[in-house]
Design a protein around this ligand. Structure first.
Ligand code: PTJ
Length: 248
């Protein structure tokens, strides 16, 4: 048995585990109630994708790892759903690619900011950015625009999981290279990303870390080739085709 009272070989184990973590996140004041709805949307797409990492998503995760290793100042953005689902895995990815972790919320309240930062620290994060909030993303309303000037504000590459389209677009407009994790290939966030990863975050983040560990000794020129060979439009089209096949 595991952290939920369901055997790990249950066919819907991952999905039930994910729901359980999101519920716990809401109870702990980490995840917003809207996060429950976002999770439901994600689950529907994951179901149609066969609840597995399709090959084009694996390629995206490898390209994302290469892009993060090449970055001068990579930042992993964490919201209430991400913290509830993959806090230890985010800490591992940050260590593997030497990235900052920043809490960045759509529904920002100081209580949730603090609860998420504490949760990340409990799972091994040394430093959590986002609470200083001395920077702004232009063209977004006040609370949603807050970032740390020396975090997302100064980042060249940002991982933005489960984000709404407005913020993903506003971040991309700032000239940041955006890696988006989103199960909906048609979402604006996925469409604006330099590297869209159409996969469940619970599979995507550990797989990115594995790729980063494998690529750690790779020369920058070769990493750049991996990034250049990745075709975002083809990956999105492939994910959409996989979802359409799942509908039949
Ligand atoms: O914690 P906050 O205040 O920052 O709020 C976070 C949410 C997620 C509520 C907010 O960003 C939001 O409303 O997001 P959306 O617009 O519902 O978008 C979430 C996207 O993530 C949707 O396209 C979902 O399909 C996708 N998604 C949901 N769960 C997962 C997912 N993608 C990958 N893995 C998941 N587990």
């Amino acid at each position: 048995m595991s952290e939920i009272d369901v055997p790990e070989d249950h066919p819907r184990y991952e999905s039930l585990l994910t729901r359980h973590r999101i519920e716990e996140g809401v109870e702990k004041g980490i995840t917003s109630k809207q996060g429950l709805i976002a999770e439901g949307r994600g689950e529907a797409f994951d179901y149609l994708l066969g609840e597995e990492t399709i090959p084009s998503a694996n390629e995206a995760e490898r390209a994302a790892a290469a892009q993060l290793l090449l970055a001068d100042h990579p930042v992993l953005s964490v919201n209430g759903n991400v913290a509830a689902l993959v806090a230890p895995e985010i800490v591992d990815l940050a260590a593997a690619v030497d990235a900052d972790i920043e809490v960045n919320l759509f529904n920002r309240t100081e209580e949730r900011m603090k609860a998420i930062a504490d949760h990340l620290r409990e799972h091994g994060a040394d430093e959590v950015k986002g609470l200083t909030a001395d920077g702004r993303i232009p063209n977004l309303s006040h609370e949603r625009a807050k970032v740390d000037a020396d975090g997302i504000g100064a980042a060249d590459v940002v991982v933005v999981p489960l984000e709404d389209g407005d913020r993903a677009e506003a971040l991309a407009d700032l000239g940041k290279t955006e890696i988006v994790i989103d199960l909906n290939p048609l979402s604006r966030s996925a469409q604006t990303a330099a590297i869209p990863i159409v996969d469940n975050i619970i599979r995507a983040v550990p797989n990115m870390t594995e790729h980063a560990v494998d690529l750690r000794e790779t020369a920058p020129a070769e990493l750049a080739e991996i990034v250049a060979a990745f075709d975002a439009d083809a990956a999105l089209a492939d994910a959409e085709a996989a979802i359409r096949r799942g509908e039949l």
